[in-house]
Each structure stands twice: as C-alpha cells, then as structure tokens.
Design a protein around this ligand. Structure first.
Ligand SMILES: [Zn+2]
Length: 283
C-alpha cells in the first residue's frame, strides 16, 4: 500500500513535470515563431537580421508624424522642406576651422542611462573613424533633437534649426541603428539607392509588396568614388519589403554575398563620411 502510494506520487510528479516543462518550452518556441511571423517577411532568420531589418521591424506600422512623410522606410521629409534636395553635397554640417565637423545634439530626458549609452556608442562608432564630432548642444541654432518618438527615422542631411531624429526605446536601441540614423542626418541615403546599384544588385520587383515599390527607387547620388558596399550599415536586408515570396535584393554576380550587417558603420561607411566631409587623412 505504502509503495503503491509512493509509486503513484512519483508517477504524478513525473506527469506534472512532463506537462509543465514542455508546455513552457513550446510556448517559448511558439512565441518566437509568432514574433518572427510578425516581421515584414518570415523568411528572415532572426540571427541574420541586420540593422535595416531591425529598423523596418520597428517601423512596420509607423504612421508618418504630423506634417512629415517617411520614405524608404526611415527617411523623414517635411512638406515644406524636401529632404531630397539634400541628396547631393548640400545640407552638409559645416566644418570648423580646426578641421572637425561638430554636430550638436540634444538627448531627450525620457531616455534612461542604457539608452544614452547605446546612442552615444552609435555616435562614437562614427566619430572614432571620421572628423565628425557629436557634441551636446549648448546654444547652436542647428542641432539634432534626438527623441524616443514612434519608430527609428531621421531627416536627410542638415535641415537647419532643430531637427528631430527619432530612436524609439527599446526598438531602436541598437548602437548600429543609432549610427544608421545619424548617417542619414549626415546626408547619406541607403546603399542600394545609389545611382550605380544596378551593377551590384538585382532588385526583384515581383517579390516586393506593391505599396513599397517606391522604397527601391534609385537616387541621384554622389558615390564619392567609393566601391559599392554590401556590408554598409545603410544597406537594406535581402528580404526588405518582401511579400513573402522570396528575396527582394540579390547581390551580383555572387548571390550569396552577405548584405547589410548589424554591428555598426563599416570601414567603407567611415571612408565615405571622410570623403563627403573632406576630413583629410585620418588614423
Ligand atoms: Zn535608413
């Protein structure tokens, strides 16, 4: 009788274990799947998400803020001042006599310490290899007003006055996302928007959600005599704006070249900033 009770107890214990553990686990797996399903494409391996994939994930349901339009996924333009006019060498931040380009910024008090560190790391990743210095604003008339608005987005180049750069928390809290948006503010468009992109990538128009086809328009860009950079922090991911039937961007001639990355500005990104801002030789 006693041993039967014990056996029953063990059996019941095991039953409870088998029913609690796997249920918990499978819920986790299920949540993961649901989460990746919510991405604009369920073909992206979460481990391979690059900076732009993360931005589009956050901006997925972004409605443009009042008075603004968002194009190419994360570039803001106002109806009054078209950011597209910044695509050339206009709208650059001015160079100081000491050879540095100071970009004043305000960080919203809504950010916590971790957020500030992440954003400042994104700044330092640019500053470390270029003549761009992001400095807390004191009295400057033109500055970046960095706020946790809805989504990750920026204007293109210097617009004059206070210009919002949105880094939502926690969605945009990757230093690479901060670097990406800061590079828009420095005047850079997405890498696959370059005027010469058709030599380097095939855009698979049939796989793009029709409403987003405009996000693949080429821009008139100054390519700064620099090679096309598949690993630019400004490159869309392979499945950007895919309708689920396959990749939207295929590198050529080798379709397996990895595109975009998640760490931060590439060596070529920094090189291009140096050329655009005429930084001179840097270490
Ligand atoms: Zn962007």
């Amino acid at each position: 009788m006693h041993s039967t009770m014990m056996l029953l107890g063990v059996w019941f214990g095991l039953l409870t274990l088998t029913y609690t553990l796997p249920v918990k686990n499978s819920t986790g797996v299920h949540e993961g799947k649901v989460r990746s399903k919510r991405r604009y494409s369920d073909e992206i391996d979460p481990d391979e998400m690059n900076i732009m994939d993360q931005i589009l994930e956050v901006n997925n349901r972004l409605r443009a803020p009042r008075g603004l339009a968002i194009r190419d996924g994360d570039i803001a333009s106002s109806y009054l001042q078209s950011a597209i006019t910044c695509a050339g060498n206009t709208c650059l931040w001015p160079k100081s006599v000491d050879g540095f380009v100071y970009v004043p910024y305000l960080l919203s008090p809504l950010y916590d310490d971790m957020d500030r560190i992440t954003i400042e790391t994104g700044m330092q990743d640019i500053s470390a290899g270029t003549c761009i210095k992001f400095v807390p604003r004191t009295h400057e008339a033109n500055f970046l007003d960095i706020q946790p608005r809805y989504g990750c987005w920026s204007f293109l180049g210097q617009t004059g006055g206070s210009q919002t750069l949105s880094l939502q928390s926690p969605g945009c809290m990757w230093s690479g996302v901060a670097s990406h948006e800061l590079m828009h503010a420095l005047g850079f468009v997405h890498e696959q928007s370059r005027s010469d992109r058709d030599h380097y990538v095939t855009i698979v128009w049939n796989n793009i959600v029709p409403a987003y086809i405009h996000n693949f328009k080429k821009q008139v860009t100054n390519n700064l005599n620099s090679p096309y950079d598949y690993s630019s922090v400004m490159h869309y991911g392979r499945y950007a704006f895919s309708d689920g039937s396959g990749p939207t961007i295929i590198p050529k001639p080798d379709p397996y070249i990895p595109i975009g990355q998640r760490d931060g500005p590439s060596a070529l990104d920094l090189h291009k900033i140096n050329v655009l801002y005429d930084c001179g030789p840097t270490e």
